[in-house]
Design a protein around this ligand. Structure first.
Ligand code: PMP
Length: 444
């Protein structure tokens, strides 16, 4: 594409496209960061001819990598046969039925019945509404309160925004919804105290990511979820695991919560269920909840989206899960995750400004600090400069700057050892630049 045409697109973008979770100021000043036009495996290409490693699987979601012809073919076939039909009023379709059954087969314990959505935010809103409705059916209508953890991210629809523990997202508007409460992310004791304080008879559910993603790839203590499960059981509170990032192999097991040996009452999923090839998500509920719904629900379940059970999206999901299984990508995430940690530790040896490094399968984080002993952060923070420099060198990563200065990683589950080394080489090269040009010369 000619430079003129790219410039034209950039101008149109600035004028007509309000971007999600983006700096309007930066967009207006510089135009879009890149206009992507192609993807293959772990790589993305933009209209200006630059190639990048997609170190975040785009938004933690393109787990099987870009450019999968067989998924495109399935989508084409399904669209030609039946692109869309409704699942309201008990109408159904084959891909939705088969995908629900497949997900039930993969999920732990008695999580066996699926409600479909178009993404993670809708899934968490759905879980919150199903939990509250469940208690109404059970004759405990005052159980409406939802508890979540500091630094959690559950999406940006209305309920999921209010459940999100990263305050900045809630402050975007000035009218928080009632009945949302927050606890320190590391303290099960605080959860117990809050339930007692609110009154257990008023608490509907506790929601948590098994490993926090957008909050900084924050790993829980090994016994955290065991304690949470016990507390929820003790007070009759439902436990919702948000597996939107951690679901379908990212952590080296099918689901993140499986690492901790507990089974939630509901699990929400999105992203990895379709690797982003179609907009798809959902909630899977336990047999116990489903049985109660079957026995107690009269009339219509007053919740549903046009695209709940979208035939094309579900056909894409099925093919995506088939690829994950056929190519052993869950196991690859485990093995490559271990390699990624070794790579991070080698970098940590080399650069004093690296604080904590952590991985959980193919989720990773490198924390940057001015002082390792005190944990003091750079001012201004270093990670935004770092990822900008990495982009220039052909690697796309993300920062987390809520009370920390962290670079997060979430490469596609297909990544090979060589590709991982290439990614780490760019990180190394960028850190060497930062050491010399930014930190070394006293800017920091
Ligand atoms: N939950 C978690 C854990 C997420 O990471 C995200 C998205 N980053 C969401 C929910 C929201 O998903 P979506 O953006 O598809 O609505």
């Amino acid at each position: 594409m000619t430079i003129q045409l790219v410039e034209q697109l950039k101008t149109l973008d600035q004028k007509h496209f309000l971007h999600p979770t983006s700096s309007i100021e930066e967009q207006q000043k510089y135009g879009p960061a890149a206009i992507f036009c192609e993807g293959k495996g772990i790589y993305l290409k933009d209209l200006e001819g630059n190639t990048y490693i997609d170190g975040m699987s785009s938004l933690w979601n393109v787990n099987v990598g870009h450019g999968r012809t067989e998924i495109a073919e399935v989508a084409k076939e399904q669209m030609e046969k039946l692109a869309f039909s409704s699942c309201f009023a008990t109408f159904s379709n084959e891909p939705a039925i088969k995908l629900a059954a497949k997900i039930a087969e993969l999920t732990p314990g008695d999580l066996n019945t699926v409600f479909f959505t178009s993404g993670g935010s809708e899934s968490n809103d759905t879980a919150i509404k199903l939990a509250r409705h469940y208690w109404i059916l059970k004759g405990q209508p005052n159980r409406q309160k939802i508890i979540s953890r500091s630094l959690s991210y559950h999406g940006l629809a209305y309920g999921s925004t209010n459940a999100t523990g990263i305050e900045g997202f809630r402050k975007f508007t000035n009218s928080p919804a009632p009945d949302f409460h927050y606890v320190d992310k590391d303290s099960p004791e605080e959860l117990r105290r809050l339930i007692e304080e609110l009154g257990p008879e008023k608490v509907a559910a506790f929601i948590s990511e098994p490993v926090q993603g957008a909050g900084g790839v924050n790993l829980p203590k090994p016994d955290y979820f065991q304690k949470v499960r016990e507390i929820c059981d003790e007070y009759g509170v439902l436990f919702i695991a948000d597996e939107v990032i951690t679901g379908f192999g990212r952590t080296g097991k099918n689901f993140g919560i499986e690492h901790f040996g507990v089974v939630p009452d509901m699990m929400t999923f999105a992203k990895g269920v379709s690797s982003g090839y179609a907009q798809l998500g959902g909630v899977i509920i336990s047999e116990k909840i489903h049985k109660d719904f079957c026995e107690l629900s009269k009339g219509i379940l007053m919740h549903g989206y046009t695209y709940s059970g979208h035939p094309t999206a579900c056909a894409v999901g099925l093919k995506n899960l088939e690829i994950i299984e056929r190519e052993g990508l869950v196991q690859n995430a485990k093995i490559m995750g271990e390699e990624m940690l070794k790579g991070f530790q080698a970098l940590q040896q080399k650069y004093d400004f690296i604080g904590d490094v952590r991985t959980f399968g193919l989720l990773g984080a490198i924390g940057l600090v001015k002082n390792r002993e005190t944990g003091e952060l750079f001012d201004p923070l270093l990670s935004p400069i770092a990822v900008q420099e990495m982009t220039k060198r052909g690697l796309i990563l993300r920062t987390v700057t809520y009370g920390q200065d962290t670079i997060v990683f979430s490469p596609p589950l297909i990544i090979t050892k060589n590709e991982l080394n290439e990614m780490l080489r760019i990180v190394d090269e960028t850190f060497a630049y930062l050491q010399k040009e930014i930190i070394g010369n006293g800017v920091k």
